[in-house]
Design a protein around this ligand. Structure first.
Ligand code: SDX
Length: 432
């Protein structure tokens, strides 16, 4: 990060400040406000951190205006077409695409950490069978901080690497077991002869009663969905992981907090909400009714899968997923899938509507992903769990980057206080 020049601020009461400007390799420069309070006695004010850079990072770059997404400099479209999830995970973790030997070793090391401690099974059994998979994942991942606690020193690079591999390797098993538990079927153990996405599908749909062959088309489609969801800069759940990790807490606890944050319908929960919304719309002729509700300030309804804090253009992930939806549904003999037809018509009408154009609201990553997952036979309640599975790579990579960043310290924002001024205690008998 290079410091190019500075910004001079002047304000009422002789306030003056000189704030350094830092420039990265791509994207907006930053004004370093760390000494703003010391120089002016004022904080910055930025609810939702809409204009705040919380850290420096070299993992993911988003150009929201141009609709560009890079993982370590590589276009997401290229990675989705030419790479696979574990290779992309290696890229996100280590900064470069692996060579042959590195690739094979990484795949081996992840594959041989996919099993869970046998005691973990009993954590699931404390839940009702109809518990949402995300609640189970928060609990089980958080509980791993109890299984891996005594020997975990977050300052130790080897311990961080082990926790990193364990998280990436075990998330598919945890997610699949959350599903199996919800349908009352026995847990299916991971297999070392299957690929990452293939193994997940096998654990989701195989039973002990017969051989289950994973459709390679579905495995490839799911692997691509994992790539598209792997990381996304300092989004809400990644910022949650960083904030929890900044206190020195266990990475398993930090990831559990990230899963909790992702669950919200404004974030990763939107993929589930999109499919439920498309179900509610039901037919293309009801689209205008729902668009009117989305535009009505007095109606809390929003068009799920549309809009984004950063993208003010088409989310490049949505473009890949839209094409993948056509391919996968055609392969599955669902070329005329009604939800896909409604989604495409909804997108078309919304993008021609002044309300959406004026606010630069475009489809985001969640708009088409659920349609593909549902067509693959994955239940709606598992959509965000799959998002969490894939995003674990980004979360744990960003956690590692934070742990190595000399500028990082415990996250502790300030506030604009608008509460009562100091006042004396009022005895009970004197209260109205
Ligand atoms: C993800 O941050 C990330 O990178 C997240 C993510 C990732 O990979 O980690 O990309 C994944 O979370 C994608 C987003 C999934 N969420 C949804 O699809 C839910 C629907 N979208 C909205 O809730 C909303 O667009 C957000 C939350 C995504 C973004 O909200 P912002 O940036 O806070 O924008 P805003 O609420 O200030 O909206 C600006 C205007 C408002 O209207 P006005 O007050 O100016 O009149 O746009 C309107 C909003 O009402 N608006 C919408 C809308 N999204 C914004 N109106 C109708 N439908 C919508 N979807």
């Amino acid at each position: 990060m290079s410091e190019t020049n500075s910004v001079r601020l002047t304000g009422p009461g002789g306030i003056e400040a000189e704030l350094p400007i830092h420039e990265g390799t791509l994207g907006p420069r930053v004004m370093d406000v760390r000494r703003l309070y010391a120089q002016t006695g004022m904080f910055t004010y930025d609810p939702g951190f809409t204009a705040t850079a919380s850290c420096r990072s070299s993992i993911t770059y988003i150009d929201g205006d141009a609709g560009i997404l890079l993982y370590r400099g590589y276009r997401i479209e290229e990675l989705a077409e030419k790479s696979d999830f574990l290779e992309t995970a290696y890229l996100i973790l280590y900064g470069d695409l692996p060579n042959g030997a590195q690739r094979l070793k990484f795949i081996h090391d992840i594959t041989y950490h996919t099993m869970l401690h046998e005691q973990v099974q009993f954590l699931f059994r404390g839940f009702r069978r109809d518990a949402h998979p995300m609640a189970l994942m928060i609990a089980v991942v958080g509980a791993l901080s109890a299984f891996y606690y005594e020997d975990l020193d977050v300052e130790d690079p080897h311990h961080r690497m082990v926790a990193t591999y364990r998280m990436i390797a075990k998330m598919p098993t945890i997610a699949a077991w959350a599903y199996k538990y919800s349908i009352g079927q026995p847990f299916v153990y991971p297999r070392n002869d299957l690929g990452y996405a293939e193994n997940f599908i096998h654990m989701m749909f195989a039973t002990p009663c017969e051989e289950y062959r994973v459709d390679p088309v579905l495995a490839k489609a799911l692997d691509r969905i994992f790539i598209l969801h792997a990381d996304h800069e300092q989004n809400a759940s990644t910022s949650t992981v960083r904030l929890v990790g900044s206190t020195g807490a266990s990475p398993y606890a930090a990831i559990a907090a990230g899963i909790a944050s992702l669950w919200g319908p404004a974030h990763g929960g939107a993929n589930e909400a999109v499919v439920l919304m498309l179900d509610e719309i039901g037919t293309v002729d009801r689209i205008p009714e729902f668009l009117a509700r989305a535009k009505d300030r007095n109606d809390p309804f929003r068009l799920m899968g549309f809009g984004h804090r950063v993208y003010k253009n088409y989310d490049p992930r949505a473009a890949v997923l839209k094409q993948s939806a056509d391919e996968v549904l055609a392969t599955l003999g669902q070329k005329n899938n009604p939800k896909l037809q409604i989604a495409k018509e909804l997108e078309k009408i919304a993008l021609e509507d002044e309300y959406f154009r004026e606010r630069k609201l475009f489809p985001n990553v969640d708009f088409y992903s659920g349609i593909i997952l549902e067509a693959m036979g994955i239940p709606t309640k598992m959509f965000t769990a799959i998002f969490a599975l894939a995003r674990t790579v980004g979360w744990i990579a960003q956690w590692n980057e934070m742990m190595l960043d000399p500028e990082q310290k415990i996250g502790r924002p300030r506030q604009l206080y608008v509460g009562p001024k100091e006042r004396p205690f009022v005895p009970l008998e004197q209260r109205p």
